[in-house]
Design a protein around this ligand. Sequence first.
Ligand code: RM4
Length: 185
Amino acid sequence: MATDFLSKAVEALGGVDVFVTNAGICPFHAFLDMPAEVVDRTFQVNLHGAYYMVQAAANQMVKQGKGGSIVAVSSISALVGGEFQTHYTPTKAGVHSLMQSAAIALGKHNIRCNSVLPGTILTEINKDDLADTEKRDRMAARVPLGRLGEADDLAGPIVFLASDMAKYVTGAALLVDGGAFVNLQ
Ligand code: RM4
C-alpha cells in the first residue's frame, strides 16, 4: 500500500525529495465505553499509516541517494491530553516519537525527519466537535494569539522544515499552536 503510493509519486514526479505525512482521524469518544474498533481504526490511520508511509518515503530517498526531508504532522496532543481523545493522543505522541527515532536511523543518509505539532486548527478533523460554539470559544480563549488556527498557518512551518533553511534540523518538533501549549495562566 505505502510502497504503491510512493511508486506512483516517483512515476509522476521523477523522485521524492520531500515527504509530508498528514493523514489523521479523531473520532471523539468517551474513554470508558470506547469501542475497540474505534481505537484500532484511529491507531491504523494515525500511527501505522504514518509509520509505513515514512518508511516507504525513506526507502525511496535512500535509493535516490540524495538525502531528503520528511515532515510528519503530529499535534499539540502529543504533549497534552483530551478527555474524549484517549485513543487519539497516544497516536500523535507516537508520531512525534517516530520522527525522533527515524531522524537517528536516517541521519547517515542525510534524510532529515521532523514533526509539526499543530494546536487546534479548524479542519474536517474537528468540524463536528467545534460545531459546539461554547467549546469552540473556550478553545480559542486558551490561545494567546486570540484565535484558532487555519490550515494556512501550518504551510510556512512545514515548508521551513522541508527546505534547506532547516538543513541542520532533524529530530525536532515544532509547536504551531498560537501559544496555547504554554498558556497555563
Ligand atoms: C488536535 C487537537 C485539537 C483537536 C484535533 C482533532 O490534535 O487536539 O484540539 O480539535 O486534534
